[in-house]
Design a protein around this ligand. Structure first.
Ligand code: AVI
Length: 319
């Protein structure tokens, strides 16, 4: 029986053009590199969303609680919680609302190491907050979501939605909306369209951390599947298309080469010189596009929270 990673590699490298999913970026090393990316001068989304939460946290908390009755418990379910740095601000704001009632935080992440760290820091910083962490992919998390009886505030922040292609964005929002009741709220972070050069620079930083993050995917296949990718023969290449909002990253083969994968019985994959593997989407959105996407998913936009420069939007949605 092949594991999921091996199956994904076999399938992704057998299609034309070759493509791998960015969800496999987040092994222990990848999660650490992403933490470094979030602090880079060029990578504006994290600090912009952080500022939105810091400056408008109380209003966001109120909007998230508005559907649940006074005194009713609330489960804050966060999909792709990562280090939860920004969410702590919202959790504090929710805990600080007048007549605040019981709150449970359910962080969901694909990386167990990221979740362990998050729970450990929460135990120190917000010891009174019950947490119910879940190591899972989004699909599994949706089933857990449906099973919780109390009103929910579901957070999908950090512009994680941009990592899906347009068809998956809609399918994911529809799946998120399906188990929601009118008492629930959804908070989705969208990175907005802006100067294309700024966007591209955010994925091509001067220190090369994003390149390392992308290349770590190949390192992971070497480590976990006995592949023999030679990292020096691969190049990180990001590109932004301002006409569609598609920010895409590739790994480009610097020369013709063959890669063998032990976990696939030594199967060989051929790469031509300058052939590219698509590894990530990071779509950027306009406000009308967000409205249309929400409407197609059966969701209403309740409130939009933006930074003053209009770089990022945190949108509260309801069924
Ligand atoms: C997690 N995600 C929203 C990040 C993004 O901006 O697409 C991942 C990332 N990839 C390269 N830099 C950051």
């Amino acid at each position: 029986m092949l594991n999921q990673l091996a199956e994904h590699l076999a399938q992704g490298l057998s299609q034309t053009p070759k493509s791998l999913s960015s969800k496999y970026f987040y092994d222990t090393v990848g999660s650490r590199l992403f933490q470094q990316i979030m602090a880079l001068p060029e990578y504006y989304p994290t600090r912009t969303e952080l500022a939105i939460f810091e400056e408008q946290g109380a209003a966001i908390a109120q909007a998230l609680r508005a559907g649940a009755g006074v005194g009713q418990p609330l489960a804050v379910v966060e999909l792709g919680a990562g280090d939860g740095l920004k969410t702590k601000i919202l959790l504090r704001a929710l805990l600080g609302l007048p007549a605040a009632s019981p709150l449970t935080y359910v962080p969901v992440d694909i990386s167990p190491s990221a979740l362990d760290e998050l729970v450990a820091t929460l135990r120190q910083e917000l010891p009174a907050l019950p947490t119910a962490p879940l190591t899972a992919e989004y699909g599994e998390a949706l089933a857990t979501l449906a099973a919780r009886p109390e009103p929910k505030a579901v957070l999908f922040v950090g512009s994680n939605i941009g990592n899906f292609g347009p068809v998956e964005q809609l399918a994911f929002l529809q799946a998120l909306a399906a188990p929601l009741t009118p008492a629930d709220r959804l908070l989705v972070g969208f990175d907005l369209r802006k100067d294309p050069r700024r966007i591209r620079a955010a994925y091509d930083d001067a220190q090369g951390v994003t390149a390392e993050f992308n290349l770590n995917l190949l390192h992971r296949f070497n480590n976990e599947l006995g592949a023999d990718f030679q990292l020096e023969h691969w190049q990180h290449f990001p590109d932004y298309d301002p006409s569609t909002g598609a920010m895409r990253s590739w790994l480009v083969s610097r020369r013709a080469q063959t890669v063998r994968v032990a976990a696939l019985g030594g199967q060989a994959f051929e790469f031509e010189a300058w052939e590219a593997i698509h590894t990530e989407n990071s779509f950027k959105f306009s406000l009308p596009q967000i409205e249309a996407l929400a409407a197609s998913a059966g969701l209403q936009v309740v409130e939009v929270f933006q930074d003053a420069a209009g770089d990022f939007a945190d949108v509260v949605l309801a069924v």
